[in-house]
Design a protein around this ligand. Structure first.
Ligand code: ATP
Length: 338
């Protein structure tokens, strides 16, 4: 099987020098330095097939950016094997960059002071894109992303949402088979987010573009990715279908109670003792959440027991969200490569 991304036992350690304090410390530093080693990516292995759209998620500092930097050749791994588009990203540099598209949410590859159109033309030259392909392909991209009215504006005059759409177009000028997106929808309004998601689906369907996406916005993942890889402290703790993640962890409803008076954990637990209910206190002792199995009979029984004994100001039933599922996984740390 040919993989577009093939990573084995990939590791990145950062070494930092820490200086000792005082004159004596500085003197000792001259001869022996103090080192601390931080393992940002801890022997991860993953394979991604052509045409997959994969979400790469994890908390801040989990090692997502460090992985992407190794996959795009910006950082050299400490050890391990990386092949991306059949190449070694940091060795076959020139040929490699032509085979990928990269959008880092907070960094621009467009020139700030010149018109968007001029940036596109420069990139076209850099990538040696033939006129004919450029004209038809970019006409399509420009239309789908609705950026025609922005083309003659300098990038510094664009809003974040406008700029991100132009960044995406720029990353696709050479129609790369592989696209790395780091927080592509951060800070964007809902309509722009939807447009960007639609666009990504379209290029994936049309060209079979493989997409690796890091994001804190799980609705991006839900909209786009069949598969998620979850990283925690440099290790992969889950690699599988989002659906599976939901099925294993997402079965449940929460009933949010606002009581007219304060309640205690023991009191609520004894009211509902004949069902499996997990009670958690909200912002104060009048707000409590009951997590229960997703079963209507149980939900109504629990509500009945509570309403019969306590005065209720408000009550809401919510599905456990994917964010909560992910939080559960972090808390329990139990899923391994499901
Ligand atoms: N150049 C560096 N020197 C030293 N430590 C670093 C360096 N770059 C990253 N790290 C450390 O490696 C770990 C992983 O960082 P990384 O940026 O890959 O995480 P991340 O998952 O991308 O987080 P975020 O979501 O905040 O971007 C962190 O503890 C970070 O402090």
């Amino acid at each position: 099987m040919d993989y577009i991304i093939d990573v084995k036992e990939l590791r990145k350690e950062f070494t930092s020098h820490s200086s000792r304090s005082g004159l004596k410390g500085a003197f000792r530093d001259l001869f022996t330095r103090n080192y601390t080693i931080k393992t940002a990516v801890d022997d991860i292995s993953l394979q991604i097939k052509k045409g997959e759209m994969v979400g790469y998620i994890g908390e801040n500092g989990a090692g997502k950016s460090t992985t992407i930097k190794m996959l795009t050749g910006i950082l050299t791994p400490t050890s391990g094997h990386v092949r991306v588009n059949g190449m070694n990203p940091h060795k076959d540099r020139e040929q490699f960059v032509r085979s990928i598209g990269v959008v880092f949410g907070q960094r621009s590859q467009l020139w700030w002071d010149i018109a968007v159109q001029e940036s596109f033309r420069l990139l076209k030259k850099v990538y040696n894109v033939p006129d004919e392909f450029y004209n038809t392909h970019m006409a399509d991209v420009i239309e789908t992303l609705a950026i025609e009215p922005l083309l003659d504006k300098p990038v510094r005059k664009l809003s974040l949402g406008q700029r991100m759409r132009c960044e995406l177009a720029a990353a696709l000028i050479h129609n790369p088979p592989l696209l790395f997106l780091d927080e592509p929808t951060i800070g964007l309004d809902v309509l722009v987010k939807l447009k960007i998601r639609e666009f990504l689906k379209e290029i994936n369907a049309k060209y079979g573009t493989t997409i690796l996406l890091t994001t804190h916005d799980l609705s991006d993942i839900e909209a786009l990715c069949e598969r998620v890889i979850m990283l925690d402290e440099g290790k992969i703790i889950y690699d599988g279908a989002l659906r599976q993640l939901r099925e294993n962890w997402g079965e449940g409803k929460q009933i949010q109670f606002s009581f007219a008076e304060e309640a205690t954990h023991a009191e609520l637990q004894s009211l509902t003792h004949d069902h499996l209910v997990v009670w958690d206190q909200g912002s104060n002792a009048s707000n409590w959440t009951a997590s229960v199995e997703n079963n209507e009979d149980i939900i109504s029984a629990v509500i009945g027991q509570v309403v019969g004994a306590k005065k209720i100001a408000d009550l809401k039933i919510v599905e456990i969200t994917t964010e909560e599922i992910i939080r559960n996984i972090y808390e329990e740390g139990a899923v391994r490569n499901g």
